[in-house]
Ligand binder design. Sequence first.
Ligand code: AMP
Length: 284
Amino acid sequence: MSKPKIKIVRALKDLRRIVGAWRTAGETIGLVPTMGALHQGHLGLVTLAKRKSNRAVVSIFVNPTQFAAHEDLSRYPRDEAGDVAKLASAGADLVWAPSAEQMYPVGFATRVVPEGAALGLEGEFRPHHFGGVATVCCKLFSQVTPDLACFGEKDYQQLCVVRQMVQDLNLPLKVLAMPTVREKDGLALSSRNAYLSAEERAIAPQLHAALRKLAAAVAAGRPIRPATDAAREHLQGAGFHRIDYIEVRDGQTLHPYDRAKSGSGRVLAAVWLGKTRLIDNVEI
Ligand code: AMP
């Protein structure tokens, strides 16, 4: 059997030419933004993009502006050849893999500054993160000009930030979300799971367990404060070294959850195992 064809594009003019030809042929385009080191969560987004549009473009770009100086940019896992093989099998049509110099040429001086959903949670512990995410997503959207872009609920706050940006800036695309893909034991798939030692990997699923328990307690009407305290104790007892946050929020606005007003609720957390920071969330 011949290998599935996939284009790897590194120059914006080539991207525009190929996407332009698809558009002329009346085809629609779905974009899946990623930072590479791809797993089944990413590939599920490609399947979604292919189901909802004619062409699936996957960007692979480890975006330096969403990492703070002390964060894991330099050790972030990279495996372009492996990623491309997976994407070809998943039916993606094109990999957009620009260099950092192409994305941020000398003199680059414009930034998207998201507020609203970007404030608090990740925004508190990684103050520049969502500015970097929103700016790079805005650039990717104007480079690829997709009809739709697919994001995972794994990064729930990011999804809310991107949705808000698309709405606020009238960007002409739809944002589609996909539920978090997990290991059998509940651990959310993440490129960063590769950092975990065997011992840490054994503890990691307790994050999902604690989130589920807290969501169930809130759904059952238990007051939020004591239920959240119990979840903290669960995480500490399981062996997480540090808890950045575990919070019950409104599923749309990410404001504190209000039983009377919030249509849907979300429990979100960020915790540390050694040098690895894990984030996860579940619906209430
Ligand atoms: P990343 O490469 O980590 O920036 O992620 C790229 C996209 O994949 C984002 O929309 C993530 O939310 C999504 N994603 C990452 N992990 C998962 C997962 N376990 N399930 C679903 N989507 C995911």
